[in-house]
Design a protein around this ligand. Structure first.
Ligand code: AMP
Ligand code: GLY
Length: 413
C-alpha cells in the first residue's frame, strides 16, 4: 500500500481482512496501518525506493493511493521490477495530472463536459474572459493539491484568478496553462471504475462534501465527509451509462495513445438536466470516498489483482447491500493551518458497525495517539440503510475526543 492517509488506512484495512492477503506493508503508512501490518519508512513518491523494497519483500500486489505516487511514476518503477501494481503509469495518470489533457480526451471522444478554452498566456486568458459574460471556472492545468479549480461568479473574478496564476505565478508550473470553462449547475456525483487497461468494473457511486462548514459554506477542503450509495434510486443505471459512455471510450483512447489505464478511474460528474457531464478525472480512489466504500463492499482484493493482471471481468459490482456514511473530524481552525499535538482518545469505544480511519495522526512519545494534521480521522458507519449508517457515524464521533475537534453536522442529512 503506497500512501499514508485515511484512504490508505481503509485500503489496508480491507486488504488485511481479505483471505487472499497474508501480510500488508504500507509505505509510509500511519499509526492506523501500523496496527494492520508493517509500515515501511519510504515516502509515497520515492518510486525507486518503493519498487526495490517491494521486490525484496516479494510483494504480490502493490496498490497506489495518492495522485502524487501516480505522478511520481511508482507504477512504472514497479513494472520495471516485475511487481504487479494496481495504479496507473505516470503517462496514463495524465488524466488527472493534466486537466488540459483530460479535456482534450473528453472533447475528442464527444463526451459531455463543460465547453472550454486553453489559455497559455495572460493575453489569451484576458481575451477569452473579456468575451464572456456568465459564471466561469478557471483551472490550473497541473497538480495543485486540490486547490487548482476556481469556481468564479463572473469574468471579473475570473480575470483576477487568471492574473494570479499566469502573471504572479501563484501555483508555479501547475498554473502556467489554464483551462477556462463554463460553470455547470447540477448535482455532483463521483463514479469509480476499477480498470485493467481495457475493461472496467464499476463500484457504487458516492457523494462527497468539500466545504468546511454546514450548509456547504466555508472554504474548500480535502473533504469533510461522504456517503454511498447516492440517494437517487437509479444509480445502477447511471453507473451503466458512465461505464458505456465515459469509461469504456476513455480506456480505448488511452490504449490507442499507448498509455493503457490500470487502476481506479474516478469520474467526477455533474448531472445537468439528466445528462452526465464530466468535471474531472482522478487516477486513484477518492479520499474520503474510499473510506466510505470499502466497509460497504465485498472483498475487492480479487478484483484489484485481476485488474493489475489485465484479466478483470468488467461490468458492475453486484451484491452491494446497505449504506455507508463517513464524517471527517478536523482540528480547528482547519482548513487554516493547525498546530499538531494533544491526546486523541476513544477509538476503542466505537459502536458495532462503526470504523475510524486515521487521516492525520501520530504516536506521542508515551505511546498514545495524537492529532497531527488538519483532518485527523474519518468515522464511518455502515448499516442496512443511510439513516442508520448516518446515526452510527455520529454516535462514533461522540465517543472520540481530541483538542479542537470539530465536524460537520449535516453529512448525508
Ligand atoms: P476539479 O478540481 O476539477 O475537481 O474541481 C473541483 C470542484 O470544482 C468540483 O468538484 C466541482 O465542485 C467544481 N467544479 C469544477 N468544474 C466545474 C464546472 N465546470 N462547473 C461547476 N463546478 C465545477
Ligand atoms: N474526494 C475528492 C478526491 O479524492 O479528489
Amino acid at each position: 500500500m503506497v500512501g499514508g492517509g485515511g484512504r490508505e488506512h481503509a485500503l489496508a484495512w480491507a486488504c488485511a481482512r481479505s483471505p487472499q492477503v497474508a501480510q500488508v506493508y504500507c509505505a509510509p503508512g500511519n499509526p492506523g496501518t501500523a496496527e494492520l501490518g508493517e509500515n515501511i519508512p519510504l515516502t509515497a513518491i520515492d518510486a525507486e525506493g518503493i519498487a526495490a523494497e517491494a521486490e525484496r519483500l516479494g510483494v504480490g500486489l502493490a496498490i497506489l493511493g495518492p495522485d502524487a505516487a501516480v505522478a511520481a511514476g511508482v507504477a512504472d518503477a514497479l513494472a520495471g521490477r516485475g511487481v504487479a501494481c494496481f495504479g496507473p503509469t505516470a503517462a496514463a495518470g495524465r488524466l488527472e495530472s493534466s486537466k488540459a489533457f483530460a479535456k482534450e480526451v473528453l472533447s475528442r471522444l464527444g463526451i459531455p463536459t463543460a465547453p472550454y478554452r486553453l489559455c497559455a498566456s495572460w493575453e489569451e486568458a484576458r481575451a477569452e474572459l473579456e468575451a464572456r459574460s456568465g459564471p466561469v471556472v478557471v483551472k490550473a492545468d497541473g497538480p495543485a493539491l486540490g486547490k487548482g479549480a476556481f469556481v468564479c461568479g463572473g469574468p471579473e473574478e475570473a480575470l483576477e484568478v487568471a492574473h494570479r496564476l499566469l502573471v504572479a505565478g501563484e501555483l508555479g508550473e501547475a498554473g502556467r496553462l489554464l483551462v477556462v470553462e463554463d460553470r455547470l449547475e447540477g448535482e455532483e456525483l463521483s463514479f469509480f471504475a476499477l480498470c485493467d487497461g481495457r475493461r472496467a468494473l464499476m463500484l457504487p457511486p458516492a457523494r462527497d462534501f468539500k466545504s468546511a462548514l454546514d450548509g456547504d459554506r466555508g472554504g474548500n477542503t480535502g473533504g469533510m465527509g461522504a456517503y454511498s450509495p447516492p440517494r437517487t434510486s437509479d444509480w445502477e443505471r447511471l453507473n451503466q451509462t458512465v461505464l458505456a459512455d465515459v469509461v469504456q471510450p476513455v480506456l480505448a483512447e488511452m490504449a490507442r495513445l499507448g498509455s493503457p489505464f490500470t487502476g481506479c478511474l474516478y469520474v467526477g460528474a455533474m448531472m445537468v438536466a439528466g445528462t452526465i457531464h464530466v468535471l474531472e478525472f482522478n487516477a486513484r480512489f477518492g479520499d474520503p470516498e474510499a473510506e466510505v466504500l470499502l466497509p460497504l463492499l465485498p472483498d475487492l482484493v480479487p478484483h484489484l489483482r485481476a485488474a493489475a493482471a489485465g484479466r478483470l471481468e468488467g461490468g458492475q459490482l453486484s451484491a452491494v447491500q446497505g449504506a455507508s456514511v463517513g464524517v471527517v473530524a478536523v482540528r480547528a481552525p482547519y482548513p487554516a493551518p493547525v498546530t499538531p499535538g494533544g491526546a486523541l482518545e476513544g477509538l476503542e469505544r466505537l459502536p458495532e458497525g462503526c470504523t475510524a480511519f486515521q487521516m492525520g495522526t501520530r504516536r506521542a512519545p508515551g505511546g498514545g495517539l495524537e492529532g497531527a494534521g488538519g483532518r485527523v480521522l474519518i468515522c464511518v458507519g455502515t448499516a442496512p440503510d443511510l439513516h442508520g449508517a448516518r446515526a452510527l457515524a455520529y454516535q462514533g464521533l461522540e465517543r472520540i475526543s481530541f483538542p479542537g475537534m470539530r465536524y460537520r453536522s449535516d453529512i448525508a442529512a
